[in-house]
Write a protein that binds this ligand. Structure first.
Ligand code: FAD
Length: 468
């Protein structure tokens, strides 16, 4: 008798995978993006993968695991890059990838099962309604909608709609609790906040309702400036132009575009500081004119480029957000990255100062987003990694310059989100997961309710002693 036999007996014909290689593959996500997480979490693996095909099967699995004291780590597409979906305490990976049904599509909204891929949702919504999800991560084709809600934060579309946390960007979540008799709870409004970006520690999402937006045939543009600060200022001016219907706007400092955007390289010069944009066709000419007036050179425009020049190019969203980092990593394995902000009102000068201070260590990458009625500069700078100690020192230096860091080299909610233990979230977890079996090790507050955010990191999960 193995420890998994009682589980197998309880869950009947729900797929249970125990083959070591398959379990190990489903126990990993994009944690290796971080050299720090890579060195710490490489050997993490579950005992088994369970792959429910319906909400009822999720409930059966959670009830069984609760009664048998088996930790459960939910998993969507496994594209999270902080080890969020890695089973630190072993147990079971709950693979939601078979729950892909689109349950309802009507103007302005879509209801899907948790494991639907965002690319598939967009394809269906476009075909049926001429609409699409407001936001998607740059991993749209491989990431699930519930994985985005539970593990992501924003992305393509955030220049128009803000980050996922903005009220109205998630309409309803249904979660299953981790109890002997799991409850199914529909969350709306402010209740959503404790499940969004909570890595599944407060409940397993089974169903998601999201708002849709009109889906024009987005025009992709790459516009270059010789100076980094000029490109950044132009990006800010474009982001603030209310009449332009934008979907995506990023600024990437030289030499990254020419060095890393290999399939677009034929359009670029080595010194190009680039704006990467997606814009509605009815705004494309106005945008091109505005950029030209600010000294920008149009390097690529998808609606006017000849067919043969466009052949084989990746979507523009595959140059943005964390795909910028991925392109850098593929060319230069010593590159890692940070997630940070700038002091409000001093964004451009601070970013210019960073470029001056760290010419050999940082290449800047800014994603423009909108929140609270303002354009924001979200920064995902590429960083040349030397040692973990230097990376921590760099984060402290940047924090001292007034730049908040959302540390992507930590697997905990608190360190990643730059915050103290959250009593409301702890209370919800106590109610929904009283034994603490959902995704253990990701919530410092569960083990240390008095925890206060420390940018030096180093939190050690009690069950494994894993410090990051
Ligand atoms: P997973 O990685 O499988 O899971 C993410 C988290 O959600 C885990 O903690 C997991 O336990 C939990 N989870 C999964 N399913 C459920 C469920 N049903 N119920 C409860 N919890 C669940 N993120 C962004 O926000 N924006 C970006 O633009 C972006 N770009 C990226 C680019 C690259 C190249 C990479 C590698 C990552 C990027 N990410 C980005 C991170 C990640 O791709 C997204 O957040 C993605 O949406 C995660 O979806 P997933 O299905 O892969 O989730």
């Amino acid at each position: 008798m193995t420890p998994l036999d009682p589980l197998a007996a309880r869950i009947g014909d729900i797929p249970l995978i125990t083959q070591e290689k398959a379990v190990r593959a489903k126990s990993r996500d994009f944690f290796w993006y971080s050299p720090v997480l890579k060195s710490r979490l490489d050997d993490v693996t579950a005992e088994a993968v369970v792959a429910p095909r319906s909400e009822a099967e999720v409930v059966t699995v959670l009830a069984a695991c609760h009664d048998l004291d088996i930790p459960v780590t939910p998993r969507g597409g496994g594209t999270g890059n902080y080890g969020q979906a890695m089973p630190l305490a072993g147990g079971v990976v709950l693979d939601m990838a078979r729950m892909t049904r689109i349950l309802e599509l009507r103007p302005g909204r879509v209801v899907t099962e948790a494991g639907a891929l965002m690319g598939d949702i967009d394809t269906a919504a476009r075909a049926e309604l001429g609409e699409e999800l407001r936001l998607h991560p740059s991993t749209r084709e491989t990431a699930t909608i519930a994985g985005f809600v539970a593990g992501g934060s924003g992305g393509v579309g955030s220049i128009r709609w803000g980050m996922l946390a903005e009220p109205g960007n998630i309409l309803r979540l249904r979660i299953a609790t981790m109890e002997s008799t799991p409850r199914l709870i529909d969350l709306t409004g402010e209740e959503i906040a404790q499940v969004h970006h909570a890595y599944g520690v407060t409940g397993v999402i089974t169903e998601v309702e999201m708002p849709l937006a009109p889906a024009p045939d987005w025009v992709e543009m790459l516009i270059a400036w010789p100076g980094w600060t000029d490109a950044l200022a132009a990006g800010h001016r474009i982001a603030c132009a209310e009449g332009l219907w934008l979907k995506q706007l990023a600024a990437v400092e030289a030499p990254a575009p020419h060095a890393y955007f290999l399939r677009h390289r034929k359009f670029l010069d080595a010194g190009d500081n680039l704006l990467c944009l997606m814009v509605a066709p009815n705004s494309a000419d106005a945008l091109a004119g505005l950029a030209a007036g600010m000294g920008g050179t149009m390097r690529y425009r998808s609606d006017t480029a000849p067919q043969d020049a466009r052949a084989g190019l990746p979507h523009l969203h595959h140059l943005a957000w964390n795909h910028t980092t991925l392109r850098a990593l593929k060319t230069d394995p010593e590159i890692t990255y940070l997630q940070m902000g700038y002091p409000e009102g001093r964004e451009i000068e601070t970013c210019a100062e960073i470029a001056r201070r760290y010419p050999d260590e940082i290449v800047n990458h800014v994603e423009f987003t909108r929140s609270g009625g303002r354009v924001r500069f979200g920064s995902l700078p590429m960083v040349r990694f030397t040692t973990e100690a230097r990376l921590v020192a760099l984060m402290l230096e940047l924090e001292a310059m007034g730049c908040p860091i959302w540390n992507p080299h930590a697997h905990t909610l608190e360190e990643g989100n730059h915050r103290d233990a959250d009593p409301a979230q702890i209370a919800l977890k106590k109610a929904n997961d009283p034994k603490g079996l959902l995704n253990p090790g990701k919530m410092i507050g569960w083990e240390d309710p008095g925890y206060r955010y420390d940018p030096r990191g180093g939190y050690a999960y009690a069950a494994t002693g894993r410090a990051v």
